[in-house]
Write a protein that binds this ligand. Structure first.
Ligand SMILES: CC(C)(COP(=O)(O)OP(=O)(O)OC[C@H]1O[C@@H](n2cnc3c(N)ncnc32)[C@H](O)[C@@H]1OP(=O)(O)O)[C@@H](O)C(=O)NCCC(=O)NCCS
Length: 197
C-alpha cells in the first residue's frame, strides 16, 4: 500500500505539492524503498503530515491513536472523481479511478482502493476500507472500522432508510450484501451471510 500511495503522490496528486518531500515511516526502518528514505517515528517533525498506508481498518484505527498529535495528509489521485457535494475526512486515501458520488460523507482515514466507488447519499465512518473494485450503492451507512473485501457489492438503501453495516464488520471479497450487517460480524457469499465458524 505504501508503494502504491508513493506512486500516486509522486505522479498524479495535484493536491500535494510536487516539491513535497515524501518519506516512509516504519518502526524498524530498512531501505530506501523506491528511492524514498524510510525513517523512524521519532524522526517525524511536528509539521510533517502523515497518512496511514496500510490496508487494515483495525491497524489504521490503532495508528490514529498513536499519532493523534501529527497533522494528516489526504491523498487523492488525479484520476479519482469526487462530487463537489461530497465530503472526505482528513487522512483519507482515494486511489486511482475511485468515485465518490453526490452528497456522500466519508470520515477520517478512509481507504478507497483502485476502482472502488461510493455512490450517492452514503455515510461512511472513520477507518473504513474499500478494497479494489468495491461497489457501494446509494443510501448506505457504513459505521467505523468496517473492512470491505475486493469486488464486494453493497445494495442500495432508500431515503430515510439507509442499508446499515455495523461497526467493525468485515465483508468478504466478492460478497453481495443485500441487507443490514450487524456490528463485528463477517459476512461472505452471494447473498452475503455470516461466515460459518
Ligand atoms: C472473509 C475473509 C476476511 C475471511 O478470512 P479468514 O477468516 O482468514 O477465512 P479462511 O480463509 O480461513 O476461510 C474460512 C472459510 O470461509 C471461506 N471463505 C473465505 N473467504 C470467503 C469469501 N470471500 N467468500 C466466500 N467464502 C469465503 C473459505 O473457503 C473457508 O471455507 P471452508 O471452511 O468451507 O473451507 C477473507 O477471506 C476475505 O474475503 N478477505 C478480503 C481480502 C481482500 O479483499 N483483500 C484486499 C487486498 S487489497
Amino acid at each position: 500500500m505504501g508503494r502504491e500511495l508513493a506512486d500516486i503522490v509522486r505522479a498524479r496528486c495535484s493536491s500535494i505539492s510536487k516539491t513535497a518531500e515524501v518519506l516512509f515511516v516504519a518502526d524498524e526502518p530498512s531501505g530506501p524503498v523506491l528511492g524514498i528514505p524510510v525513517i523512524q517515528p521519532d524522526s517525524l517533525r511536528a509539521t510533517d503530515r502523515i497518512c496511514f498506508a496500510i490496508g487494515s481498518s483495525v491497524a489504521r484505527r490503532t495508528l490514529s491513536y498513536r499519532f493523534s498529535h501529527q497533522p494528516l495528509a489526504t491523498i487523492v489521485s488525479d484520476t479519482a472523481i469526487i462530487s463537489p457535494s461530497a465530503e472526505i475526512g482528513e487522512g483519507s486515501v482515494l486511489c486511482d479511478y475511485t468515485v465518490v458520488n453526490n452528497s456522500s460523507r466519508i470520515g477520517r482515514h478512509f481507504q478507497g482502493n483502485t476502482f472502488s466507488q461510493v455512490s450517492h447519499d452514503c455515510i461512511i465512518g472513520d477507518c473504513v476500507t474499500f478494497s479494489p473494485r468495491v461497489s457501494c450503492n446509494g443510501w448506505v451507512h457504513i459505521e467505523d472500522d468496517v473492512f470491505v473485501g475486493s469486488g464486494a457489492i453493497i445494495r442500495n438503501g432508500a431515503p430515510g432508510r439507509r442499508l446499515r453495516i455495523g461497526k467493525g464488520a468485515v465483508i468478504g471479497m466478492g460478497a453481495v450484501v443485500v441487507r443490514d450487517v450487524p456490528a463485528g460480524v463477517t459476512v461472505v457469499g452471494v447473498p452475503a451471510r455470516p461466515q460459518s465458524t
